[in-house]
Design a protein around this ligand. Sequence first.
Ligand SMILES: O=C(O)CCC(=O)C(=O)O
Ligand SMILES: [Fe+2]
Length: 234
Amino acid sequence: MTGDRHGATLADMDLSDLDRYGAARLPALLSPDRCTEMIALWDRPDLFRKEVVMARHGYGSGRYRYFGYPLPEPVAALREALYPALASQANRWAEMLGRGDIYPARHADFLKAGSLGGQDKATPLLLRYETGDWNALHQDVYGPHVFPLQVAILLSEPGRDFTGGAFVLTEQRPRMQSRPEIVPLGQGDAVVFPVRDRPVTGVRGVHRVQMRHGVSRLLSGVRYTLGIIFHDAA
Ligand SMILES: O=C(O)CCC(=O)C(=O)O
Ligand SMILES: [Fe+2]
């Protein structure tokens, strides 16, 4: 995987912004060549189990395609490589919230637990937006078995391939107005963010804040993203 950070260096990725702001950027996770390769997968219908036309469901505008199992090798390798550091972070959060659910060190073990409850469909996906498209603020929950963190990787080059189309998060603070957060991404950059919520330490101890993510309207061009979700769908 020449030109990619994943492998040994993923062990020391800096996730500290997750606790501070609710999202952490992983700069240059994929090389431009690897991004081009990933974008090319869009035209391989054999690789996907389902396409969603977002406007049909009120999800915004644009399309996405869920990969089916077996995942393409680079997608499987990336998900596998990202998981251990994210599981450590997820366990720290679970501990802060005083919860017993401890995420296993190996992703395969996490998936196995979900498949016992009927969640066994692949969730990694490619998203494609054209001028005017956008992604409504949402949470990627596909059943009771949820891994609390997910990753999105921008495959297109902002400025050259598209304009607009910012990755947006909102944090719904209890009994207060929501806080917006924009994560500026370059081609190959990834963002790690909560699927549903995150713990925040306040004056009266730790509480949970709800998070949603989406994408602002594309002003021009075409924008592709690779989404890595760690739980399977029912
Ligand atoms: O296109 C994006 O940046 C967001 C994609 C998304 O919603 C996801 O990966 O779950
Ligand atoms: Fe999403």
